[in-house]
Write a protein that binds this ligand. Structure first.
Ligand code: GLC
Ligand code: CA
Length: 557
């Protein structure tokens, strides 16, 4: 039934800096990843997405690339990369890299040359505008990491360049065909090396509304959220279609778009039959409750809201394509800390969250440590925080009148550092991540939550993830779980998240009690088989099942 080779795959995301350090410098590296490939295989993943490992000053942890053709020495060498691709192949694991092409680093040679000669070839690789003294900036957009998107071009008093992220991440000018050619050449160079594909960073931002103009201010800084510009931007499809035709299609590569702010009617165009990408992430639950004012104004999601977000996305996509389903990634807090009410955080609730997410229609992406049930890290002071967006949000909260204690609480809730703490391998010092000093603090709970403990324990979160991912591959159930339709059931029942996956010959019910109170459910015609249960028992009486606190079951019906 497979139409495309990637449709039945599960992807494991590695944040290389925090995964496994082979040489004791406190930074994870490619050799470390190679040494753990067997464990990723055993988990049941078929592809690995590596967050960026290209040369970078790491102003935004590698999402600021200074050389697209080289591996940053902190992560290893090109030989290591070739070895990783080859060792992955031996195990049937494809490697996906991060494609960061909305912007590069201000230390990239293109940008250096643009500074030398803003009117020359490389000046046109960026958005550079002349602003004379006393004149106003070309537009009032606020960068994602705070402050104006405009920054003085080094060496020029009257020139400014655009950066929608950090000022060390100048935006590349996609309107320029010469720049696009350079990007495609680079993508093809990597694909020729044997990559399975790319995860495509921040891609919706490559199309700007030109000529630059203001939007109504939404904070008292007089600036406006970039999303206001994105709503109006038209014509991104020309760039994305070209990239697909010149790079991804000829290589039959997998491509996963990081796409925020897509318009509903554009979904098929993005990931339908001949879409720009194989798939794109569903961020509906992640962005729930977000506010353009900042993290301090965000609402915390409830289990019912989580369910509604998932179902809303599933309805929008239907069978028009495959979304990628995530619980967390390197930009989000740990999913178990975010989606499960704090007082109910335990192995059962963690397994429940895994069940309802992994069984959705689409491609499951598992972020490193998610399979262990890794949690947010306690943050006590802003000095402990590395992430640039957390540091900005801390200031934003203070400016909005929050006390430093409140601001820290807010940052702890949402900080990207939560997901970036070192992987917890075992209970020895530094969680076995490094023999040196880890670049970011290890979560103090590593003595309980770690790979070694969980690997031995058949009831651990890790063992449960293995069963879940194996179920997707089970010849009996696979067609239903991969291609089957998804129909929400008992949607109006508080604390219940349940849905049916159906194919021609089979129906599977995923039913979860996302609450502490027991909940009775009655699958219409009963069930024939328990495919998975996150608790040891299933209580049943005359066709009525009573789900215990945070119980999740997968039943063939
Ligand atoms: C994406 C990345 C994030 C990065 C940003 C800028 O959202 O996932 O980590 O900061 O793009 O590249
Ligand atoms: Ca290292």
């Amino acid at each position: 039934m497979l139409k495309k080779w990637w449709q039945d795959k599960t992807v494991y995301q590695i944040y290389p800096k925090s995964f496994c350090d082979s040489n004791g410098d406190g930074i994870g590296d490619l050799k470390g990843i190679i040494s753990r490939l067997d464990m990723i295989k055993e988990l049941g993943a078929d592809m690995i997405w590596l967050s960026p490992i290209y040369c970078s000053p790491l102003a935004d942890q590698g999402y600021d690339i200074s050389d697209y053709y080289r591996i940053d020495p902190r992560f290893g060498t090109m030989e290591d990369m070739d070895e990783l691709i080859a060792e992955g192949k031996k195990r049937g694991i494809g490697i996906i890299m991060d494609l960061v092409v909305n912007h590069c680093s201000d230390e990239h040679e293109w940008f250096k040359k643009a500074c030398e000669d803003p009117d020359g070839k490389y000046g046109k690789f960026f958005y550079i505008e002349t602003v004379k003294e006393g004149e106003k900036l070309p537009c009032n957009w606020r960068s994602y990491f705070g402050g104006s998107v405009w920054e003085k071009l080094p060496g020029h008093e009257d020139r400014y360049y655009l950066h929608v992220f950090h000022k060390k991440q100048p935006d590349l000018n996609w309107e320029n065909p010469e720049l696009r050619n350079e990007i495609y050449k680079m993508i093809n160079w990597w694909l020729d090396k044997g990559l399975a594909g790319f995860r495509i960073d921040a891609i919706i931002n490559i199309k700007k509304t030109l000529p630059f103009h203001d939007y109504p201010a939404d904070r008292d800084d007089g600036m406006t959220d970039i999303s206001n510009m994105l709503k109006e931007a038209e014509g991104i499809g020309e760039f994305l279609g070209e990239m697909r035709d010149r790079c991804f299609l000829p290589h039959d590569a997998f491509s996963a778009g990081e796409v925020f702010n897509v318009k509903d009617e554009q979904i098929p165009e993005f990931i339908g039959e001949n879409g720009y990408f194989s798939t794109m992430f569903d961020f509906n639950a992640n962005i729930y409750g977000r506010s353009s004012k900042g993290w301090y104004d965000c609402k915390i999601i409830t289990p019912d809201a989580y369910r509604d977000c998932c179902f809303e996305s599933q309805r929008k996509i239907g069978d028009a394509g495959f979304l990628s389903n995530i619980i967390e990634n390197h930009d989000e807090p740990r999913g178990v800390s975010h989606y499960i009410p704090k007082e109910d955080l335990n192995d059962a609730s963690k397994k429940l969250l895994a069940t309802v997410s992994v069984m959705l229609r689409g491609i499951p992406f598992i972020y490193q440590g998610q399979e262990l049930g890794m949690e947010n890290i306690p943050i006590n002071s802003i000095d402990e925080v590395d992430d640039i967006s957390s540091r900005d949000e801390y200031e934003v909260a203070l400016r909005a009148g929050k006390t430093p204690e409140e601001a820290i609480r807010i940052v702890s809730e949402f900080s990207r550092d939560n997901a970036r703490t070192p992987y917890q391998w075992n209970s020895t010092e530094n969680a076995g991540f490094t023999s040196g000093k880890p670049w970011l603090r290890v979560n103090p709970n590593y003595r309980e939550i770690n790979f070694e403990n969980e690997e031995k324990d058949p009831d651990s979160v890790l063992s449960y993830y293995k069963k879940l991912l194996a179920l997707r591959k089970n010849p009996n159930d696979r067609d239903t779980l991969i291609f089957g339709s998804l129909k929400p059931v008992w949607e109006d029942r508080p604390g219940i998240m349940a849905y049916e996956r159906s194919s021609e010959n089979q129906k599977i019910l995923i039913a979860a009690n996302f609450s502490r109170e027991p909940q009775a459910i009655k699958p219409g015609s009963g069930y024939s088989k328990v495919l998975l249960n996150n608790l040891p028992e299933l209580s049943e009486n005359e066709g009525t099942i009573t789900l215990g606190a945070y119980q999740a079951v997968i039943l063939e019906i």
